[in-house]
Design a protein around this ligand. Structure first.
Ligand code: ADP
Ligand code: MG
Length: 689
């Protein structure tokens, strides 16, 4: 088959600056850049209309519906020139059913309309005094040239000083610059969806002959989603096939660890471990995300994976986001691991640090637990086989990938207690395979969640008094550290002093603006039971492990995200005692806010909560807008187009399976697509065609 693919240089005119278009000087260009977010002709083409004005309605003057856009077919009767320059110029017209008035503040336009001329006049129909009026008609064309009147007008997002006519004039030229392009989508898909071609879709939206079908929009969204997914899958494939090595394990250390642990694995844990084992046994490297609520037993799974690496003669490292968590993991490890581990965090200094580094470099220690320090300057592993990263969701793809870079190609296991919505998994975690822990170890008591209006605070405090007398331990979480004038938020400090008055020195305080020694001291005192009620900000969200805590009170719960509330709730119910979560909310809670809290009350499934939270907040702030270091979304909305996103994900995987180098006919076409959507950067190995 002859290769009909044009060289990538064919799209050069689309990558040229908008100033290459006639009539687009520096001033207009600056305005266009402001609204389109880019300087290229292509950015203009990606500036899709937000709506369309339908001009096909042809009412009579007598029958016209006021307030709507319509097109009148009229004859000019007379001009009413203004008597002073601040008044508009009026042109009276008729269609035989009545009289209407065209109002102009620019007399030149009015003067061009000869008395007796027959015209099509389109614009917003309004009633002033006793007359139907069109102020500044959008279009005026001779009645015998109806083809000059657009039936449907795109409404592009504009900015002050930029007019539709300028956008239209530039757009017409931009559309004409689109070169013949190969179809990059699968032929069967195109037949099934009945989508227009890429240029036709853009034309249908920017220069519509009729009301555009949703297919045009869908096609363009799919173009962008596919470009993104191909980049994701490409990176995933590249990373996963990077020469790794099999870590076959022997099972010896693991068996001993499980014996020491003393419980059987949950079904979820066994399943996840099975997936991890298969990855580790394979010669390519593992990139796997282990998701599960707090308390679902991820740490144990990670420890068993680390022991497999050690059994295979390699080293394993576990990185936590905070010192507290690192120490906690270290204790868990020491309790079950048959081989010694070393702790390396920011606070391990001097000789201890030097010794740890030397032991790691010499391979005298096989298991390392720590914070970022693990992957910082001067830490060299003799033979890192597995890197486990806990709570890594706040890091980007590059950072995730670089963790494994220390060893030749270490396996990477990321653990997160924040269930990641499906959409985000596909858009930002595309390089990872996913395992989920859906159930919790048996014997875990459910947490009873209740809602309380803040006006009933006294009752809540009295209930807490009884709980304290029973010896229970209570987290009381507040949104902010100090009173904000804008948001009437209960400050932790204020709540602390109120509760302290009531309960004396049984109350502690921990928040992010404290000196860290003070904060750690407060957390430790609570963990030891010296204080029983800890007022805190969300510093307790990540990994404060106090199994004796059985009550979680969240002040102004409506101010937290659902996923965050779920996370906070997970801080209790870790021990044997019946546990409670009390969500205190404002009196005037809106309907949506109430529904969110009710959802939290009624379900304990973190994945359901995450998807719902994502839907409520919309993907916008999380997904797009170039903040992720990737080009933002121009044509697609991964939340709105989730179905297409799933399709693109499968499509991309299949395409790269069949044509890993993107060298076939479709592969070549997809390269053009990647270039158009600037996803080629992610695929650095994609050379210009
Ligand atoms: P995560 O890391 O997911 O928050 P952890 O690994 O800290 O959860 O486990 C929470 C608690 O459950 C720990 O006390 C742990 O010892 C316990 N646990 C983990 N797996 C099991 C199991 N299979 N059976 C019983 N208890 C378990
Ligand atoms: Mg944990």
């Amino acid at each position: 088959m002859p290769d009909a693919t044009p060289p990538l240089s064919a799209i050069a005119p689309l990558l040229a600056p908008v100033t290459s278009l006639r009539g687009v000087g520096p001033q207009v260009a600056a305005l266009l850049v402001r609204v389109t977010g880019g300087t290229r002709v292509l950015d203009l083409l990606f500036h899709l209309p937000e709506s369309f004005v339908d001009r096909r309605a042809r009412p009579t003057i007598r029958g016209a519906v006021r307030g709507q856009v319509g097109t009148l077919c009229v004859e000019v009767v007379r001009h009413e020139a203004p008597t002073n320059p601040r008044q508009p110029w009026r042109v009276v017209v008729t269609d035989g059913t009545g009289f209407a008035e065209l109002v102009f503040f620019k007399p030149q336009r009015a003067q061009a309309l000869a008395v007796g001329a027959r015209l099509l006049v389109s614009g917003k129909l309004e009633q002033f005094a006793d007359r139907l009026t069109i102020a500044h008609p959008d279009h005026i064309v001779p009645a015998d040239q109806p083809e000059r009147l657009p039936a449907v007008d795109p409404v592009w997002p504009l900015t002050a000083g930029l007019f539709p006519s300028q956008v239209r004039a530039a757009m017409v030229q931009a559309l004409a610059l689109i070169p013949p392009l190969p179809e990059w989508h699968d032929a069967a898909l195109m037949r099934r969806e009945k989508w227009p071609s890429f240029p036709d879709a853009l034309r249908a939206l920017h220069m519509p002959a009729e009301f555009p079908s949703p297919k045009a929009r869908a096609r363009l969204a799919y173009d962008e989603l596919l470009a993104h997914q191909v980049a994701m899958v490409w990176v995933r494939n590249r990373e996963r096939t990077r020469p790794g090595r099999p870590l076959p394990g022997t099972g010896v250390l693991r068996a001993e660890a499980l014996r020491r642990f003393g419980h059987a694995l949950t079904a979820s844990q066994s399943e996840a471990l099975g997936e991890i084992d298969a990855d580790m046994a394979a010669p390519s490297r593992m990139l796997r995300l282990l998701q599960g609520d707090v308390g679902s037993g991820k740490t144990l799974v990670a420890v068993l994976a680390m022991l497999r690496a050690v059994e295979s003669g390699a080293q394993a490292a576990l990185m936590a986001p905070t010192e507290i968590l690192a120490r906690q993991h270290f204790r868990t490890l020491e309790a079950v691991s048959p081989v010694p581990a070393v702790l390396l965090t920011g606070s391990v200094k001097g000789v201890a640090r030097r010794n740890a580094r030397l032991a790691i470099a010499a391979g005298r220690v096989s298991i390392v637990v720590g914070t970022h320090a693990l992957f910082q300057e001067g830490v060299e592993y003799r033979d890192l086989g597995l890197a486990v990263i806990d709570e890594q969701h706040r890091f980007g793809v590059d950072q995730r990938l670089s963790m494994g870079g220390k060893g030749a190609a270490a396996d990477v296991l990321v653990m997160t207690a924040t269930p990641i919505p499906r959409t985000l998994l596909l858009t930002q975690w595309g390089e990872m395979m996913v395992s989920r822990l859906r159930e919790k170890p048996a014997g875990r008591v459910a947490i009873k969640t209740t809602l309380h209006s803040i006006s009933l605070l006294e009752e809540v405090v009295e209930a807490m008094a009884r709980a304290l007398d029973r010896g229970e331990r209570i987290f009381w979480v507040c949104p902010l550290v100090s009173e904000s004038e804008l948001l009437d938020v209960t400050a932790a400090e204020e709540r602390y002093s109120a509760l302290r008055q009531r309960f004396g020195n049984r109350v502690g305080l921990a928040h992010g603006r404290q000196d860290s020694a003070l904060r750690e001291g407060a957390l430790a005192a609570f963990a030891r039971g010296e204080t029983q009620l800890l007022v805190a900000t969300t510093v307790v969200e990540v990994g404060v492990d106090v199994p004796e805590a059985s009550v979680m009170v969240v002040d102004h719960a409506e101010r937290f995200g659902l996923a965050q509330l779920h996370q906070l709730r997970g801080r209790v119910g870790r021990g044997e005692a019946a546990s409670f979560c009390l969500l205190l909310h404002d009196d005037g809670l809106g309907e949506t806010a109430r529904r969110r809290l009710l959802l939290l009350r009624d379900t304990d499934d973190g994945f359901v909560i995450a998807d719902e939270d994502f839907r409520i907040r919309g993907g916008g702030d999380l997904l797009g807008k170039r903040q992720s270091g990737q080009p933002g979304w121009r044509l697609a909305d991964p939340v709105e187009h989730e179905g297409l996103l799933q399709m693109a994900n499968r499509d991309a995987a299949l395409l790269l399976e069949k044509d890993p180098g993107l060298v076939g006919a479709r592969g070549q076409a997809v390269r053009v697509l990647m270039k158009l959507f600037e996803r080629g950067e992610a695929v650095r190995t994609l050379r210009a065609g």
